[in-house]
Design a binder for this molecule. Sequence first.
Ligand code: AMP
Length: 544
Amino acid sequence: MDGLMQERELLISDILGFAARYHRGAKIVTARPDGSTVHHTYPQIHARAAKLANALKARGVKPGERIATLAWNDHRHLELYYGISGIGAVCHTINPRLFPPQVAFIVKDAEDTHLFVDPMFLPLVEGVADAIAGVVKTIVVLDDKVPDSKLGNRFEVVDYESFIAPGSERIEWPRFDEKTAAALCYTSGTTGDPKGVLYSHRSTVLHAYAGNMADVTGHRSVDVVLPVVPLFHVCGWGIPYQAPMAGTSLVMPGPRLDGASIYRLCEQESVTGMAGVPTVWMGLLKYLRESGNRFTNPPRLVVGGSAMPTAIAVAFEKEYGVVIRHAWGMTEMSPLGTINMPKVENANWTTDERLAHFKSQGRPIFGVDLKVVDDHGNEVANDGKAFGELLVRGPWIASSYFGRPNDPNFTADGWFRTGDVVTIDQSGYIEIVDRAKDVIKSGGEWISSIELENIAVGHPAVQEAAVIGVNHPKWDERPLLLVVAKEGETPTRDELLGWYQGKVAKWWVPDDVVIVDSLPHTATGKLLKTELKKRFADHILPAA
Ligand code: AMP
């Protein structure tokens, strides 16, 4: 029809171009491993991304080619996000915390031709050199020099500054179809091989717009955002795109993610917002309590990635005035899906009422369509009680895995099965009860391990908790509570089980407790329940 809008493509390069043109005053601060900082502006990052893009093109990198990163959050990683995707190649972020064989698997599966590596991950690359030698041609060390390594015999090894030096800082970013692949990230997966999720320019730009809505992260030009979430997790939860789109300043924490370093950086750079997984906020809270330090201006935090104990959110808000927004998402979803923000119906809640609802992962963000279904595919009652599997669809949700077109997680009618078991209430707020594979079934009824863990962590002597199902002759499975005690604390079995009194139905109370030194985690910080189930498979419950 005549008179329609223009069909200008949504391209990632436009985001950085916009920031360089209109937000010259914003700062991009990178913390170096030695604690010092280096400052850039968006025009400078744009110029360096252009040099990288021109250097890649000059070396014959083609649209669609996968270029990998193994790197912490710093300005060079940000340049890689833009320089690679900007020319139509695919920025493949790899999680360096994965087991080396998984890293090798991922590099081969993606057929990465170049690997951009932080110096501290070179030993990891040396360890997998044999496995990736047939695929990777060039290793670029993210520094201005190449340290001694054995890699020179097998690969071209060059430092980043020399690599980009020949490229011009002027560029006319190419225009192409917005459905072109831009970035690739593998799900960490607690079982089986990791699977690749391929983001397009269109999905990435739309996701960045959504992330910048006031009820989501709400970044403004006057804000200073510190992504504690690594840029190798699901495109850094969109912050590397949201911030330049909004003209927001960025503080890149480098490799130091401990409470003391994050606190110091926050104070030094007047940070207004941060995002990360529960583990980092627990570390920060521990640091604040031990050091007695307080924020001059409390930043706003966003948490997601795994279940965040309500007790931590309560402590942050009541003791330190730090308000935490609770979000849920997945690698397959770019990742934003839902966020726990008030609506007009509950805008008058007191702080206590609001915190009592903290554990809900929130309501859908526009662009994410969801439904909760039972085993027969019928939608469950939206009463906040009935459980079912959560299915989602939308413009920034994967339609299949990279190179694996027939995965059963994607339904024939266009939905992605999240594997999360949730309740949903009348207002659309969901609460994750479990991962489908972690759910405990006792006498045919579901018990939420997440709920039980959440309660355990509220106990003053508990540092971390996991609940798994173990075999029971009568009930099939019963919950077993595994607890890491806080330093100097020795909580007893009776004390911990008594803590559940009045908080859950009697039949949900775990049958036994084991105090452990530590709990295993996946590379993205989630409890590794498959490992715990194996380790405690023969555990005999007292009542069994
Ligand atoms: P990943 O793709 O590695 O980000 O993992 C996604 C999974 O992490 C989801 O399917 C959930 O099981 C879990 N997850 C993410 N956010 C939350 C949250 N806020 N609370 C509980 N679990 C979460």
